[in-house]
Design a protein around this ligand. Structure first.
Ligand code: CS2
Length: 491
C-alpha cells in the first residue's frame, strides 16, 4: 500500500516538488481562515506559503475552519496539514507542497472551540472564502438578511451555537472586546463587489442586535479591507489524485489543481500586519474597486455565460466551450461589447491584453473546469457579474443582446433540462423560490425576473431588456442554445 503525504515523506519526494523551506514546528497561529476549501488552499495559503519560504518570512501559521463538513480536516490531519498545489498548463505541471495550514477545525463539531480560536489575541488576521451566499447579505436592504433562519437562530441564542460565518465573527469579536484583546483584520476573499465593506456591514448589523455595547470597540479595533482574488481552481477529481500519486510516490488526499496564473489585489488596511504577501506578488492599493469590477464582469461574467449556455448545449468543461468557434465568438462579443464598456481601469492598464489572457486561461485544457461547478448558486452571482452591466449600459443607451441571451440561458437552466432533454439538479439557495415562480407560468422569464432578490427593479426599469430575454428564451426552448447564439451574434 502506498503511504500518505506527511512530514516524514517530505524528504523522499522527487526533487522537482517544491516544499516548505522553513521548520513547520516554528509556525505560530496568526491567521484563522473560514472556509478552507480548494480555493483557499490554492490561493491565500499558497501566497502565505511563499511568504514563509522567504528569508525573514515570519511565523504565520494558518488555522483553517470548515463551517459545515469534516472532509478537509479528515484529508489534512493524517498528512500533518501538508498538501500539494499542482499548477497545470498544456502538458506542463508544477508542484508545491504547502505547510502553512497547521490545523483544521470543523465548526459544527465544537462551535465554542472555533469562537475561542478566533478570539485568541495572537490571531491578527481572519480571512474568509465562504462563497457569495455565506454573507447572508440582502441586496435590497443593503444589509444582513435578518429573515434567514440561520441568522434568526443565532441571534436568538447568541453567543451560543453560531451557524454562519457572521455569527462566528461577532461571537469572537465580542470575546475579544471583553478580554481587551488587541485588534484584528478581517479580510474577505470572495467574489463580491466591495467584499470588505459588505462584510463589515453584515457584521455590524449582527453586532447591533447581539452586542450593541461593543460598537465602539469594533470601530476602533477591527479592519475590513476589500480584496480582489483570482485563480481558477476546479474541484479535484479522483483521477487528478491518482495522477499526482504517480508523481509523488505517496497519496495526497487534499491536493488542489489549478492554473499558473494567480492575482491578489488587497486594500492596504491592516491593523496588526499580515504575512509579506506583497513580496510574493500581491498588489496593495488604496482602491480595489476598478480591479474587482473588471474581474467580476469580464472573468466571472464570461464564466457564468460559458457555464449556463455551455452546460445546456452539452459541454461539460470550459475549455470545450472555448474550442467551439461560435461560443468563443460569443465570449469575445460579450467581453468587448457588454462588459468592457462598463469599466474604468487605472491608467496604463492594458484591457486588451487582460481579455486575451482570459480567453487563454478559459481555453486551458489541463484544468478540466466543469461548467456545472460554475453554474452553482447563480442567484448569488449574476447580479454583480451581469445585471450591473445591464444597468450601466442601459444608462449609456447601449443595447445588451448577449446579456439578454445569458439571462435567458440561466432561466432555462433553472428548469433542470439540457437541450437534449437530459435532466439535472439545480444547485442554488433560491432554487425553490425560482422554480416555483417559473413552473407552470405562461411567462417564465417575467416570473423569474420578478424575484427581486436577484433582479431588483430591473424588469420595471428596463422592460426592453425583459422583452429581449423572453425572445432569447423562446428561441432556446424551440431551437436550442446554438441557434439562439447564432441569432444573438447576428444582431
Ligand atoms: C467561478 C469562480 O465558480 C465560479 O463561479 O467563476 O470560482 C472563478 O473560477 C474564480 O473567481 C477565478 O478567480
Amino acid at each position: 500500500m502506498t503511504g500518505r503525504l506527511c512530514t516524514q515523506a517530505l524528504a523522499r519526494l522527487p526533487a522537482a516538488v517544491a516544499r516548505p523551506q522553513y521548520a513547520l514546528e516554528q509556525l505560530r497561529p496568526g491567521i484563522v481562515h473560514l472556509g478552507v476549501g480548494a480555493f483557499h488552499r490554492a490561493h491565500q495559503a499558497w501566497y502565505t506559503e511563499q511568504a514563509l519560504n522567504r528569508e525573514g518570512g515570519g511565523d504565520w501559521g494558518i488555522i483553517g475552519a470548515s463551517l459545515r463538513r469534516p472532509e478537509v480536516r479528515d484529508q489534512l490531519q493524517p498528512q500533518d496539514g501538508l498538501y500539494t498545489v499542482v499548477e497545470r498548463e498544456g502538458g506542463q505541471s508544477r508542484y508545491r507542497v504547502v505547510g502553512a495550514i497547521r490545523e483544521v477545525l470543523v465548526a459544527p463539531e465544537d462551535p465554542a472551540a472555533l469562537v475561542a480560536v478566533l478570539a485568541r489575541p495572537e490571531i491578527r488576521v481572519i480571512t474568509l472564502t465562504i462563497t457569495e451566499k455565506g454573507y447572508h447579505y440582502d441586496r435590497a436592504s443593503g444589509g444582513l438578511d435578518l429573515a434567514h433562519p440561520d441568522v434568526q437562530h443565532e441571534l436568538a441564542h447568541f453567543p451560543q451555537g453560531p451557524l454562519t460565518a457572521v455569527g462566528y465573527l461577532v461571537a469572537a469579536l465580542a470575546q475579544r472586546a471583553q478580554a481587551g484583546a488587541p485588534g484584528v483584520t478581517v479580510l474577505s476573499c470572495d467574489n463580491l463587489p466591495h467584499n470588505g465593506r459588505v462584510l463589515r456591514k453584515v457584521v455590524a448589523d449582527f453586532a447591533a442586535r447581539a452586542a450593541p455595547q461593543l460598537a465602539g470597540w469594533f470601530a476602533a479595533n477591527t479592519r475590513f479591507p476589500c480584496s480582489m482574488v483570482d485563480r481558477i481552481v476546479p474541484a479535484s477529481t479522483a483521477g487528478d489524485l491518482e495522477d499526482l500519486q504517480r508523481v509523488l510516490g505517496v497519496h495526497d488526499a487534499a491536493a488542489v489543481f489549478t492554473e499558473p496564473f494567480a492575482q491578489w489585489v488587497v486594500e492596504d488596511d491592516f491593523v496588526r500586519g499580515a504575512p509579506d504577501w506583497r513580496a510574493v506578488g500581491a498588489v496593495y492599493t488604496n482602491d480595489v474597486t476598478p480591479f474587482e469590477t473588471m474581474k467580476l464582469r469580464l472573468l466571472n461574467g464570461s464564466h457564468s455565460l460559458i457555464a449556463y449556455l455551455g452546460y445546456l448545449a452539452g459541454h461539460e468543461h470550459v475549455h470545450e466551450v472555448m474550442a467551439d468557434a461560435q461560443f468563443a465568438r460569443l465570449v469575445w462579443r460579450f467581453m468587448d461589447d457588454e462588459a468592457q464598456p462598463t469599466l474604468s481601469v487605472p491608467e496604463g492598464f492594458d484591457l486588451e491584453d487582460y481579455k486575451t489572457q482570459l480567453a487563454q486561461r478559459f481555453a486551458n485544457p489541463a484544468l478540466m473546469h466543469r461548467t456545472y461547478q460554475i453554474a452553482q448558486d447563480g442567484s448569488q452571482k449574476i447580479p454583480q457579474r451581469w445585471l450591473a452591466s445591464v444597468r450601466d449600459l442601459a444608462d449609456q443607451g447601449h443595447p445588451t443582446p448577449i446579456l439578454a441571451l445569458a439571462v435567458a440561458g440561466w432561466i432555462r437552466y433553472l428548469q433542470g433540462r439540457r437541450d437534449d432533454g437530459h435532466p439535472f439538479e439545480v444547485d442554488d439557495p433560491l432554487r425553490e423560490q425560482l422554480q416555483a415562480a417559473i413552473t407552470g407560468s405562461d411567462h417564465p422569464c417575467r416570473a423569474a425576473m420578478a424575484v427581486s432578490a436577484v433582479f431588483g427593479d430591473l424588469p420595471r426599469r428596463q422592460p426592453d431588456f425583459l422583452h429581449a430575454v423572453e425572445q432569447n428564451y423562446n428561441r432556446i426552448v424551440s431551437q436550442g442554445v446554438p441557434a439562439a447564439i447564432k441569432t444573438a451574434l447576428e444582431s
